[in-house]
Design a protein around this ligand. Structure first.
Ligand SMILES: Cc1cc2nc3c(=O)[nH]c(=O)nc-3n(C[C@H](O)[C@H](O)[C@H](O)COP(=O)(O)OP(=O)(O)OC[C@H]3O[C@@H](n4cnc5c(N)ncnc54)[C@H](O)[C@@H]3O)c2cc1C
Length: 513
């Protein structure tokens, strides 16, 4: 038996440090018996950090790693995120927009509210009819109060964060509290054993470092899995066309300017512009298809969006390649984060995938090399499933659009660009609204059926409704509408302003759990 005791992570971005933290927290008690986590990070290659949106899972992950939520706000320049607002995605008109909030629709586990909402033919949007969070975001409010303990919510939430600061924050915690060994060095070559496993990595500054399991968190380069083990890249730009990002950091007008507690995503002629509010600045960027517009046109659209005050701000170009490695865990090497692949950041799916991958590796850490291939097979099947579902969900935003004003939007609806499973579901959803029966059956589904409901009905999708079939549930639906109205009023009058709560957290701290 060859025990797995020395875990070597290469890369010190969000993927590297989150994975190190999750594994070290889970296996801390084994460290006295020789279990170790080493993270090697290049002192020269910078990490990706544009102002990222996350998923509510990050609350659980941070709590498990053992960090304080108040320190996370103080040290990472973080803000709350309660969902995303999609502007001009459906018709392209100025008044076109809808929310994809993080709270579930009222009565979600007992009742599918969609047919009841459709049958009412009301002017009220699906989101406002079933959930208070759109109104909370409209009013610039926080999802909790200073009296709500750390990581607990009044309204479900995730975060907006500065990935650069976040990596530094995790590094300090992992090295000081979780005994992660930090090596600042550039990996130059990867040494393979006769059986094809990785035996060691050779670094410029710290010599040769051996390991039993290597985790590739080297970002787009994919140095271990992609380059050394030659796992091919599986491109999906035939489905998701965006391949370039232009990012810019925009200072707030005043120190006390309001901070949106949701991501704003505004559709453009060949892509979309994200806007993420942090206490110190706004992170804004244009993600677009270079097959449809030039860099100059894309920058012009971005500058038009920002207005004259931002005319001199520098723009950073980031090429993005839509796709993933054909397999994620090969022999004794598993890739996490951008090294595994990347899809446009439309629904903040990258960091949540990092969390889910790290959790899987930590919980199913193979005891010895002899069982590693069984675990890697499982990991690959689960991760493959997740990538497929994320591709479907991102593509849905384009397929449900009615825009015809540019080739980008028209091309996005060509049937040959739409995955088969999504085509099947779209056909089915014309007759029954998405809910638990649509094979959303994994315990840790990245996008639950509620997400599909918010996007589809936010974008005006129509599902046929047989009114007579709803009669038996009418009382339950009526109670849910009433409960939603009451909850919306209560929360909108009781929650603090977003920036005020962040200031208070930084000053006084939340009650620790
Ligand atoms: C435009 C854009 C917008 C995004 N928006 C979001 C979002 O809203 N939500 C979200 O969840 N995600 C988003 N992402 C993705 C997110 O930023 C990344 O998934 C996340 O930061 C993790 O990156 P990483 O750690 O995999 O890679 P990186 O941050 O690139 O880190 C790579 C690490 O590897 C190290 N390294 C590289 N080569 C070597 C070597 N030879 N030796 C030693 N070390 C090496 C580097 O020094 C660095 O520490 C976005 C990405 C982009 C490009």
């Amino acid at each position: 038996m060859t025990p797995i005791k020395n875990i070597v992570i290469v890369g010190g971005g969000t993927a590297g440090w989150l994975t190190a933290g999750v594994i070290a927290a889970k296996h801390r008690s084994r460290m006295a018996n020789g279990f170790s986590v080493t993270l090697i990070e290049s002192p020269t290659t910078p990490i990706i950090g544009v102002g990222e949106g996350t998923w509510p899972t990050l609350r659980t992950t941070l709590a498990k790693i053992g960090v304080s939520e108040s320190d996370f706000f103080r040290e990472c320049g973080s803000a709350f995120k309660q969902g995303a607002y999609f502007a001009r995605w459906t018709t392209g008109e100025p008044d076109d927009g809808y929310y994809h909030p993080l709270m579930l629709p009222q009565a979600f586990s007992r009742l599918n509210m969609v047919p009841h909402w459709l049958a009412r033919e009301s002017e009220e949007s699906f989101c406002d009819a079933v959930c208070p969070q759109g109104r909370i975001c409209d009013n610039g409010l926080a999802p909790k109060t200073i009296a709500t303990p750390e990581f607990e919510a009044v309204a479900n939430y995730a975060y907006h964060l500065d990935a650069g600061k976040f990596a530094g924050f995790l590094q300090r915690h992992c090295t000081a509290k979780l005994d992660v060994r930090h090596v600042l060095a550039d990996v130059q070559t990867v040494e393979l054993a006769e059986n094809g496993d990785i035996r060691a990595v050779a670094t410029e500054q710290a010599g040769r470092i051996e390991g039993d399991l290597f985790i590739d968190c080297t970002g787009f380069r994919s140095l271990l899995l992609g380059e050394a083990l030659e796992v091919p890249f599986k491109d999906c730009s035939d489905i998701l066309f965006c391949d370039t990002a232009l990012a810019v950091q925009v200072p707030h007008e005043h120190e006390n300017s309001p901070i949106a507690s949701h991501t704003i995503s505004t559709a453009q002629s060949a892509g979309w512009i994200w806007e993420i509010g942090l206490p110190a600045r706004r992170g804004v960027g244009h993600v677009f298809s270079s097959r449809h517009i030039s860099d100059e046109q894309a920058e012009r659209e971005l500058r038009d969006y920002l207005g004259p005050a931002a005319a001199d701000l520098p723009v950073r170009k980031i090429p993005i390649r839509a796709g993933r490695r054909e397999t994620f865990w090969k022999r004794n090497c598993v890739a996490v984060g951008l090294a595994a692949g990347f899809l446009e950041p439309l629904e903040s799916s990258a960091i949540v995938l990092i969390e889910l991958s790290a959790k899987f590796i930590a919980e199913q850490m193979p005891a010895c090399r002899e069982v590693m291939d069984v675990v890697s097979k499982r990991f690959n099947a689960t991760t493959d499933y997740r990538w497929g579902r994320i591709v479907d969900f991102l593509k849905l935003h384009y397929v449900a659009s009615k825009r015809t004003d540019s080739a980008f939007w028209r091309d996005n609806r060509l049937p040959e660009t739409i995955p088969d499973r999504l085509q099947e579901l779209l056909l089915l959803w014309q007759y029954q609204a998405p809910w638990f029966h649509d094979e959303f059956d994994r315990v840790e589904e990245v996008f639950p059926p509620a997400s599909y409901q918010y996007v589809l009905y936010g974008m005006g999708f129509r599902t046929e409704v047989e009114r007579e079939a709803l009669a038996g549930e009418a009382g339950l639906a009526e109670r849910a509408w009433r409960e939603n109205r009451t909850q919306t009023e209560r929360l909108c009058s009781g929650l603090p302003r977003h920036r005020d709560l962040i200031d208070k957290i930084c000053e006084r701290g939340l009650q620790p759990i």
